[in-house]
Design a binder for this molecule. Structure first.
Ligand code: HEM
Length: 409
């Protein structure tokens, strides 16, 4: 008998259900959602086959269709020639690493001014909200040369809609038109009021991609913002959560920030955070043709589920998989594992176009804030993630910030 999602209830029921399927240890597990055949791939070699053979597997899944029809129809969900054209035109917008570094530096200066105030007053604040504001500011500034303030409210509303829709099913059953309109008007007004300054090469590339009129410009920008800032914000929030709950790792890393190896340790810290809490915890594909992956037969029309979260916690690839251990990525500590056992940014032609930008942002934020401040958490346990549009850290995770007395303390 085929397992069915409708047999599972409660919060995070999709993850609970997929986790049960993965725990069978089988390489591929067939299940049904709304009567439609799905296959969970539970081995990196099978995952590789699907991500590499992009022509046989499209992104036309029910959640992606919902996203494209109701939220934003851009690079994230397009397929075929439209996708090829968009990807090709957008690539230059993601190459300007000097501008990425400049934007992140500027935004971190503003963030530090606020953290200095928090350090003075000693107040508790949400690390998730703080990281969201910071990464949204970086994303709008880098991609569009725009201030982010007008985007905060409409993006939060759309994020809520996405969170209330299912990651395996299509519909949230909510009317998204008003939110859609508010985000569109924020984007259009901001663009209309923006000066054509020198540093907005990315803005030009984004607009050139969507050259067929204002609808496409809006759709592309909305898709990029949604794909770009929530993922990075939650990854960074998890990094601070893991650090505050692992004081030995936190102290050793902070001490190392004053010497040269810091950049490498910061890389490992972020890489390990993405292993344990990959923001894109579930990726979907639709089989366009009948296919065979090893001994597994895939029928055309089946939905393929790939969960980086489950792959990253598979004990056969990751000894002591649940342990937070940045050193597992050190050259001498890295055992041989399948290259597709670690997929925080996906793989194949549809891998994340913003991965380099996300890493630049994350490394700069972690390094600068780690050097200058120590966060103290109000709670003394790692909270449970919410398996939503992204793998969310709870907004209620409160921290207080202390200025570090001097380098190396
Ligand atoms: C830690 C941060 C990030 C993570 C973990 C992440 C993860 C991913 C993953 C796993 C995919 C592949 C999805 C699939 O194959 O179904 C993807 C695609 C994508 N990401 Fe990211 N992402 C991050 C940051 C960003 C940023 C900063 C941007 C842009 C500003 C961005 C824009 C996109 C876009 C547009 C795609 C679709 C690419 C395509 O299909 O050609 N992402 N991301």
């Amino acid at each position: 008998m085929t397992a069915s999602l409708s047999e599972t209830s409660g919060d995070n029921r999709e993850m609970a259900f997929l986790g049960r399927l993965a725990s069978t240890g089988r390489e591929a597990v067939v299940f049904a959602v709304d009567g439609q055949p799905h296959v969970l791939l539970n081995h990196p070699a099978l995952v590789k086959h699907v991500l590499v053979h992009g022509a046989r597997y499209s992104k036309d899944t029910p959640p992606n269709r919902f996203f494209a029809e109701h939220i934003a129809d851009g690079l994230l969900t397009s397929d075929g020639d439209a996708w090829k054209h968009q990807r090709h035109s957008l690539i230059p917008a993601f190459r300007d690493t000097a501008a990425m570094r400049e934007v992140t530096r500027e935004r971190i200066v503003s963030a530090c001014a606020l953290l200095d105030e928090y350090a003075e007053t000693g107040e508790w604040f949400s690390i998730v909200d703080f990281m969201s504001d910071l990464t949204l500011a970086m994303t709008t500034r880098y991609l569009l040369g725009l201030d982010h303030t007008a985007f905060i409210a409409p993006l939060r509303e759309l994020g809520d809609i996405l969170d209330s829709s299912s990651s395996l099913l299509a519909d949230s059953g909510q009317d998204v038109v008003p939110m859609h309109r508010r985000l569109r008007s924020a984007i259009e007004q901001s663009l209309a009021g923006a000066s054509p300054d020198e540093s907005s090469g990315s803005r030009r590339a984004v607009i050139a991609t969507a050259g067929n009129g204002p609808d496409e410009v809006y759709e592309q920008i909305a898709a990029l913002l949604l794909a770009g800032f929530e993922t990075t914000a939650n990854a960074l929030s998890w990094a601070w959560i893991l650090l505050t709950q692992n004081p030995d790792v936190y102290r050793r890393w902070q001490n190392s920030l004053d010497v040269d190896e810091a950049a490498v340790l910061t890389e490992h810290l972020f890489t390990e955070t993405l292993r344990l809490y990959p923001p894109a915890w579930l990726m979907g594909r639709r089989a366009v043709v009948d296919d065979e992956i090893g001994s597994v037969k895939i029928r055309a029309g089946s939905i393929i589920a790939i969960s980086p979260y489950l792959l990253h916690r598979n004990e056969t690839q990751w000894p002591q998989a649940h342990r937070f251990d940045p050193d597992r990525f050190a050259a001498n500590g890295a055992p041989r594992r399948h290259p597709y056992a670690y997929l925080p940014f996906g793989a194949g032609a549809r891998h994340c176009i913003g991965a380099a930008f996300a890493r630049i942002e994350a490394n700069a934020i972690l390094r600068e804030l780690g050097r200058r401040y120590t966060f103290e958490a109000r709670d003394d346990t790692v909270p449970n993630p919410a398996f939503k549009f992204v793998l969310r850290a709870p907004g209620s995770y409160a921290v207080r910030v202390h200025a570090r007395a001097s380098d190396g303390d």
